[in-house]
Design a protein around this ligand. Structure first.
Ligand code: P71
Length: 457
């Protein structure tokens, strides 16, 4: 495991800014202690997200040049459609500008007022679209997922008893929302065995299963690594098996598929697909471009092919793991097992003296930026938002900071520097206080909320 290396060489490089501690302090105050509000020019190592931030290959850049920008029926659409069908196995493919475009169409089509949508932990945009369509998301992920120290190899698994119970008690369940891998749980995979069981339950109740496929390739790699019987199967084969247990997927191609923008909604049911194509023209654009340029569709097609390469996906996961192991060696508490796209710091343990209403993870993300100009993301009480019924903060068990690794962008030496600087922030944890929120937007507040550190007036 120690002798892996990146399966590519570098053809073009991009300068990264180096800042002083004083500049970072001024930048963070100006950004209201919200890393989403920093300018990228103020960031040295940008580990905010792996979404749309991966490096395209020379083949993908070349693909851009054969973009066919016809309004309707672009040749790139057919190549894209054929590629999604070949690697994901679904019959109908509707392009969207990104993942939430697909979530919007799906939720509007399938969810009615009062519906219950069970899933293996919420994702921010996914749940919001379910709620805006009149539904309520109910978390049915296994209990282990809520414990950062639990070593369960498939913490994305659904708790089947919980699922049965939720289905029995609900008036109507339009579909089950299953993510592979589960972002908010720490990039944790679902096992094939569990997905089979979920499928059986769904079939027995006549309910569809919709996959959030954003990082399903990473999930397939974990199945290959950990689940009995899959060591000799290729990631591409396992991906097809995962998708075959579901009736459709929403996809943010900005993750696994190695592009800067794009997504799709895939469905096997022809009537639903026709309706989705119709909604696509309302919200995204004609169903052969879905808000994307022809060249984007071509780059996605090439990216999908590259994404399922066993060596690519293996080394991607190993690079993330190496970062996590460096942090563990320095005594920094992280979510275990280490996930596919990111290392998640356990802010609840690091800042055990800061109450959750003083936003410990938000503060930790700020401190990490101050330390080294590394940008990370809060995934705790700020991200969880407020309960639409009561207006109270939702209080997630997990209060985390995500250190997310874009694909093919940073070297292991960059990540070693990040690990050292995070370890320093951890060393001085006791002298750190929380934050107060001074501005809170109505939707997805974590993007635009502003904070003030408690020790300053
Ligand atoms: C990530 C993102 C992008 C993001 C979204 C919301 C808040 C902060 C950052 C996007 C996902 C995702 C999963 C599992 C759907 C989407 C939406 N993740 N499902 O992790 O992780 O896709 O961004 O293309 O609309 O930084 P979209």
């Amino acid at each position: 495991m120690d002798d892996w290396f990146e399966p590519y060489k570098i053809k073009a490089v991009e300068h990264i800014p180096i800042t002083t501690p004083e500049q970072r302090r001024a930048a963070l105050d100006e950004a209201g202690w919200n890393t989403f509000l920093l300018r990228s020019d103020q960031v040295t190592i940008d580990l905010l997200t792996d979404s749309g931030t991966s490096a395209m290959s020379d083949r993908q850049w070349a693909a851009l040049m054969i973009g066919d920008e016809a309004y309707a029926g672009s040749r790139n659409f057919y190549r894209f459609e054929e590629t999604v069908r070949r690697f994901y196995g679904y019959r109908h493919v509707i392009p969207t500008h990104q993942g939430r475009g697909a979530e919007h169409i799906l939720s509007e089509m399938l969810i009615r007022e009062g519906d219950i949508v069970p899933g293996n932990m919420y994702f921010t945009t996914t749940r919001l679209h379910q709620e805006l369509a009149g539904g309520t998301f109910v978390d049915v992920i296994c209990d282990e997922a809520h414990d950062p120290a639990d070593q369960h190899p498939f913490k994305g698994d659904v708790n089947l008893e919980k699922l049965e119970k939720v289905i029995e008690q609900a008036d109507r369940v339009p579909y089950l929302s299953v993510a592979g891998t589960v972002n908010m749980a720490g990039g944790q995979p679902i096992s094939m065995a569990n997905l089979h069981a979920v499928r059986e339950i769904a079939e027995s109740h006549g309910i569809m299963v919709i996959l959030d496929a954003a990082r399903a390739v990473e999930n397939a790699a974990f199945i290959q690594e950990r689940e009995q019987g899959y060591a000799d199967r290729s990631v591409a084969e396992i991906l097809l098996d995962i998708c075959a247990l579901t009736d459709g997927c929403t996809m943010s191609a900005k993750k696994d598929s190695l592009v800067n923008i794009g997504g799709w909604l895939a469905l096997n049911d022809p009537d639903l697909a026709a309706e989705a194509r119709n909604l696509c023209v309302v919200y995204e654009g004609l169903h052969t471009y879905g808000g994307l340029a022809g060249r984007d569709l071509e780059a996605i097609a090439v990216g999908i092919e590259e994404s399922v390469d066993d060596v690519h996906i293996r080394t991607r996961i190993l690079q993330v793991r190496e970062l996590g192991e460096r942090l563990q060696a320095a005594g920094v508490p992280i979510v275990e097992p280490i996930g596919g796209h990111a290392v998640f710091l356990d802010a609840r343990r690091i800042y055990a003296h800061i109450p959750q209403e003083a936003f410990p993870a938000q503060r930790l993300a700020g401190e990490i930026y101050l330390g080294s100009g590394t940008r990370t993301m809060e995934r705790g009480i700020v991200s969880a938002g407020r309960d639409p019924e009561t207006g109270e903060h939702r209080r997630p068990a997990l209060e985390l900071v995500r250190i997310t690794v874009p694909r093919r962008v940073y070297t292991s030496r960059h990540l070693a520097a990040v690990a050292r600087s995070v370890a320093e922030v951890h060393e001085r944890r006791e002298r750190t206080r929380g934050l107060e929120m001074v501005f809170e937007p109505a939707y997805l507040r974590f993007f635009q909320a502003r904070f003030r550190p408690l020790e300053y007036p």
